[in-house]
Each structure stands twice: as structure tokens, then as C-alpha cells.
Design a protein around this ligand. Structure first.
Ligand code: GDP
Ligand code: GDP
Length: 440
């Protein structure tokens, strides 16, 4: 089920990220060796009193370095108005009411979305500092201190009280969900139409709620799938190009989070862009399997080296996910589209693969023989035992003498050894290192 989306809107420095990090029970995992990928912690799952929701810091969505603050906040507001179920407007109580607070409140009020007003930096219960903010006509201002923290519970109560629907953890729609993400014009709609067309039976088409993607169930090879097309809404909204790009990102993130596998579409004409890399990085960080679909292959001038050159470029840009699987297609001519669903099935098989403890430990033993574990501070890492604890993504626990002794590079080496022996292409795998003395 789609969880309600809460967007935090506010000027720079009012304390959005501080609030966000406080509230965010489970930090979005950040991969250590991927500089330039999505480090911005902008999206998080949260839970309050049994209500599950997704929270986005729209301020963190600013992918440009230009400090156009004024414009930025209206962009944030626009995104929140279009996508969020509840908007949390944050202002700075220490600084007091400023004119742009009034402008943004007026702008937000035009939408029919519920708005909760949080006055941050009220560190010592100076409630009087919030009085001025009644002028924003957004109801009661909640005095909070994200830094302390104080008052966060009341503000969250107000947020969840506005949810029209409640989603419990573990609620799941039937069908294997395939998200199609990528920049505007990469060819997502064209591909969706092609996948849903022809031999496959479209069961019915459910228009998404106002805010985002269209989910279409279909059957393939005797199984139920749901295609999540993230292209739809842009076509209705007359907004500038920059905002369009942001929309595509936020929709992509949401679709990725609730998908089982992701098709990352790249326009072969334009080559892989920074934004494509960010989206792929997010998919990787969310531990979702994926296919890199290089589209518009029909218009690329090709010789016998072209594919290799593209592969090399992808390997360079996607080096944090060396397991990626590329497909070169044309949604227009249909070239190689017949490979997509079989590849989806293959990668789903990989991500759901279990290997026996015996096989796994053979692989690890072999790896240790070829390359000895590192010594740190005079102590050598010893790997006692490994076992696979879950699938999608395949997750392995390594029991060692002291988890602090494992280096990232050695962990990467072990991952590569596992991948050389077992087909986990297209899917991330996780290695969890535990010291022998760890309790669980
Ligand atoms: P953002 O730009 O809106 O995300 O703001 P940040 O979360 O980065 O915070 C901006 C500055 O305000 C930082 O120096 C924070 O430490 C500070 N700050 C955030 N919340 C509070 C608060 O509740 N009280 C005080 N005194 N400072 C805060
Ligand atoms: P979306 O914004 O990602 O949904 O992209 P669309 O599916 O709307 O496609 C954008 C444009 O690219 C349209 O004009 C399509 O006809 C065109 N297009 C899509 N796929 C291909 C392709 O494989 N080859 C070529 N030449 N054009 C394509």
C-alpha cells in the first residue's frame, strides 16, 4: 500500500533536516564508497502511534547548487502541494515571522491539502515566540525544538490526525511490482505501453490517486505483475523544466521504495546523466534489484564497438553497483523489448536465491585461502562462519572474531567472490559482519 506522504517545507536553516533526522527512526542507509551518489537524506519511512508514513524533506530535493532560495521554496511548496497528503510547514521561532513566511503560507493555503505549522527552535518553552505566527492563518502554531528535542510528539499527532487512510506495516498489494523510472522523455510511457500491449493481458488499469504514478496490473508467464509508470502526471502540470526534473525524482523515489524490481531508463542519445546515476544510486541503496534499460538505441549511430563503449561508460558511472545488468532497447521500434520480461524474471530469481550454508562456507574458505584477511593493530580478522539469513536482497551474516577488523575493501572482495560463484547479477547483496560475542 502506498503510505501517506508528509512533505516538510521551509526556508533554508529553519531546521528541516534536524527535525527530519530526529524523527526518522530508520536512517536511509548510506553506502560508504559512493561519493556523488545520493547522500542527501531526503526520504524516510516513519512511524508514529501505529501510523506508517513516508516523509520527504523537499528542501533536500534541491539538486542544483544555485542558491536561488526564494525560488527554491516555491518549488518545494509546489511539489508538496502536488504530492503530499499532509504538508508540514516549518518556520524559525528564533528569527520570528518574516515576509517570505507570509508569502509561502498564502501560496500553500491555495491547495486543499492539510497544513501543519511547526515553529522550530523554541528550545526553552518560550511559547510567546509563536504568537506572531497565528498571522499565517494556518491554525495553531506548534512550538517545537528539533535540537532538544521538544514538542515533536504534538506536531506528529497533528500530522497523523490529518491522514485520510491508515497503512499498517506489511500491507502489501498483490503482484510483483516493477517500477519504471528515469528522466522525463527517456521513454517510460512508451515502454509501459509496449510492455502492456500485445500478448499480455491487462487486467484493469487503476489510475493512481492524485499524486503520482499509475499502477497497472498484468499477467505474464502465469504470474501477476504490477507496472508502476512514473511518467503520467508531468504531462498535466505546466511547470518549468527544473521542477519537472524534481517531480520525476520524487516520483521515482516513491515508486522505487514500493517496487520489487526497477527498470532504470536512460536515453541513449543523451548518455547517462548525473541524475540517472543518482536514481540508480537510490535504487541500489534501497537494496532493489534493477535493469539498466538504455532506450532509443535505434537512433544511436553504431559500429561493432558501440555496445562495449556504452558498457564501459556504465561500468564507470555505476561502479558502486558493479552487478548492474544493461539492456539496449528501442521502445519505438521494439528492438530487444522481448528481453525485458525474461530478464525481469531472471533477476527476480537471482534476488530470491538461497545458497546453502555449505556452499557459502566453501566460497568463503576459498576466498580466504586466495587472499588472507587483513591484520589491524596486530590482530588478524578471522572469519568463523557465514550463513544466508534472507533474500530480496540476499543477505549474508559473517561471524568473525572482531567486526572492527574487517575493512571495506575486504568485504568488497568477499562479495565479489560470492558473486563469481553464484549468479546474483542485477541484485544487490548484503554482507552483515558480526563479532562472535554479539548477542544477535
Ligand atoms: P534546514 O536547512 O532547514 O534543513 O536546517 P538545518 O536542520 O540544517 O538547521 C539549520 C541550523 O539550525 C543548524 O545549525 C541547526 O543546528 C539549527 N537548529 C535546528 N533545529 C534547531 C532547534 O530546535 N533549536 C536551535 N537552537 N537550533 C536548531
Ligand atoms: P517519458 O517522458 O519517459 O514517459 O518518455 P515518452 O515515452 O513520453 O517518450 C518521449 C519521447 O521519446 C517521445 O517522443 C517518444 O516517441 C520518444 N521515444 C521513446 N522511446 C523511443 C525510442 O526507443 N526511440 C526513439 N527514437 N524515440 C523514442
Amino acid at each position: 500500500m502506498k503510505k501517506p506522504l508528509v512533505a516538510i517545507v521551509g526556508r533554508p536553516n529553519v531546521g528541516k533536516s534536524t527535525f527530519f533526522n530526529r524523527i526518522n527512526g530508520k536512517r536511509i542507509s548510506i553506502v560508504e564508497d559512493t561519493p556523488g551518489v545520493t547522500r542527501d537524506r531526503i526520504y524516510a519511512d516513519a512511524e508514529w502511534c501505529g501510523h506508517y508514513f513516508t516523509m520527504v524533506d523537499t528542501g533536500g530535493l534541491d539538486f542544483s547548487d544555485k542558491g536561488e532560495m526564494q525560488r527554491n521554496i516555491f518549488n518545494q511548496a509546489q511539489i508538496a502541494m502536488d504530492l503530499a497528503d499532509v504538508i508540514l510547514l516549518m518556520v524559525d521561532g528564533k528569527q520570528g515571522l518574516v515576509s517570505s513566511d507570509i508569502e509561502i503560507a498564502e501560496y500553500l493555503r491555495k491547495s486543499k491539502k492539510p497544513i501543519v505549522l511547526a515553529v522550530n527552535k523554541i528550545d526553552n518553552n518560550e511559547v510567546e515566540l509563536t504568537y506572531d505566527f497565528y498571522k499565517l492563518n494556518l491554525g495553531e502554531p506548534y512550538a517545537i525544538s528539533s535540537a532538544q528535542p521538544k514538542g515533536l510528539g504534538d506536531v506528529l499527532d497533528a500530522v497523523v490526525a490529518n491522514f485520510e487512510r491508515s497503512v499498517k506495516e506489511g500491507d502489501k498489494e498483490p503482484g510483483i511490482k516493477i517500477a519504471i523510472v528515469g528522466k522525463p522523455n527517456a521513454g517510460k510511457s512508451s515502454l509501459t505501453n509496449k510492455i502492456l500491449g500485445e500478448e499480455r493481458v491487462v487486467v484493469s488499469s487503476i489510475a493512481g490517486t492524485t499524486r503520482d504514478a499509475i499502477d497497472t496490473p498484468f499477467r505474464y508467464n502465469g504470474k501477476d505483475f504490477v507496472l508502476i509508470d512514473t511518467a503520467g502526471m508531468r504531462k498535466k502540470s505546466a511547470i518549468d523544466k527544473e521542477s519537472v526534473e524534481r517531480y520525476s525524482i520524487i516520483r521515482a523515489l516513491e515508486a522505487v521504495k514500493r517496487s520489487d524490481i526497477v527498470l532504470v531508463m536512460i536515453d541513449a542519445n543523451e548518455g547517462i546523466s548525473e541524475q540517472d546515476v543518482k536514481i540508480a544510486g537510490f535504487v541500489h541503496e534501497q537494496n532493489k534489484p534493477s535493469i539498466i534499460v538504455v532506450n532509443k538505441w535505434d537512433v544511436v549511430e553504431k559500429d561493432d564497438k558501440t555496445i562495449n563503449e556504452y558498457n564501459a561508460r556504465l561500468s564507470e558511472d555505476l561502479k558502486f553497483m558493479g552487478y548492474f545488468v544493461p539492456l539496449y532497447v528501442s521502445a519505438l521500434t521494439g528492438q530487444r523489448l522481448n528481453k525485458i520480461m525474461p530478464t525481469v524474471e531472471k533477476i527476480l530469481e537471482n534476488t530470491n536465491r538461497r545458497i546453502t550454508t555449505g556452499v557459502l562456507n566453501d566460497i568463503i574458505q576459498q576466498a580466504i585461502t586466495v587472499k588472507e584477511p587483513p591484520i589491524t593493530g596486530g590482530r588478524r580478522l578471522k572469519i568463523m562462519f557465514a550463513t544466508q539469513v534472507s533474500v530480496a536482497p540476499p543477505t549474508f551474516v559473517l561471524f568473525v572474531n572482531d567486526a572492527k577488523l574487517i575493512h571495506f575493501s575486504y568485504q568488497r572482495y568477499l562479495e565479489n567472490c560470492i558473486r563469481r560463484s553464484v549468479d546474483f547479477s542485477g541484485t544487490p547483496i548484503k554482507l552483515v559482519v558480526k563479532s562472535r560475542e554479539d548477542k544477535d
